[in-house]
Design a protein. Sequence first.
Length: 509
Amino acid sequence: MDATRPPRAAPATARHAAVPAAGPVATGPGADTAPRPGGVAIETRSIDYVPARERHGKVWHQGPFWFTGNFVLTTMVTGFIGPALGLGLGWSVLAVVLGACFGTFFMAFHANQGPRMGLPQMIQSRAQFGIRGAIVPFVAVVFVYVGFNVFNVVLATEGLQTVLPGGSTLWYAVLISIAIVLAVVGHDLLHLVQRWLTYALIAVFGVLSVGAMVNLDVATPAGGGGMSWTAFLVVFSGAAGYQISYAVYVSDYSRYLPADVPARKVIWWTYAGAAGSAAWLMSLGALLASALPDPDAIGAVRRVGNDIVPGFGTFAVLVSSLALISIMAVNAYGAMLTTTSAIDAFRPVRPTVRVRVAGIVAIEAIVFVVAIVLPDDYLGSFNDFVLMMLYFLIPWTAVNLVDFYLVRRGHYAVTAIFDPRGIYGRWSWRGLTAYTVGFAAMIPFFKTSFFTGPVADALDGADLSFAVGLLVGGALYAWLCRDLDLTAERAAERASEAELEGADAPRGV
């Protein structure tokens, strides 16, 4: 199967199968999950292969999904960086737009892997790192999911507390419970919620953005307002790295698309949604930070909105909180898939609904505990934590994309991804070597509050580590794979396709 062409599979448009009230569900690649009477309409799949008869959805749905997924107050905070460093508004906007567009390029190309392979994003890493070797990037991915959800639940709680009573602990529990329900119902509900929230967010923040441009005075910027190439590179890198962080779960939400959807459409809709919302919200953040002294996301939105119409700013904050709850569910869903993949590498896991629920609840329980114990001044150390996790993800995305588009060109034996004795093995030295060297090459370029690499120091704090990790990790992996026996893999791929096609055939009643 070429990376831009669909694998052989019979067309199908069936929705998720209903899950029986009790008892096991089918497992393994291509397992039967035909609808059964008296079921509850929740997703039955987790890390297993999605057969052709269950493929459904429209490719344009990727656009609103990633628009809302990225249109959260956490994204807007990235736009605060430029003015805080003394960068002028125009330069800050240019830096975040270019950075967001650059970073989304890598993120969007992962979307094409979903319909081609029918698998969640991170389990595909087994082809590059080995079934057990893939746990190396898995660890960083789970930390990123948890870290972002902690930040999201804190922000959403602060937003709701602007109009509703109740302490933080109570709201953490309520919001996390809602996120759990959304994640348990799964893929289709998450797509639906994200799609409808897109319309609301465009309407509300369209008005808010116009109001900000009309009412705010940036003639005397709060943060200064000059041009510095160092600050420009810091902002560019921050926006690019933020977008690349979404790469770890892109195909989780494209894997149900029919295998014959055009690659360019999957990539384009993902890119348009994610880059469009990031460029918009980060630019708005730059505008707010340029005009308001010491802005915070919630306070700035309330102030600007209430200046337009009394109460509108508070309404905008509430809508933003809904988007944060939605992305919390998306993160919990992805964390469950990644954690299940890691456990399955050492002890086979039957991907039942019960396992899905347990995984989602466990992840969100950790989020709840961490949110409670965080000190009030957590934000500085939290940002360092998330930045370090992103450092670990950069060489992964380089290896994964190079493997899919340049080395194996979309040819994979899906069943072997679940077989420790298969062609991908337990540990793959090529992927692990490229990942390790790519990460090591980034260290001199790191810039955090507790460590500045020598190159970053020479650049007055500009962090270009993401570019180095992408280049070194990807190029080294391509070089190490020059003698890979692709002929033997093609035979395994044909056997895998035959097995999957047999499992996907209609079952007798």
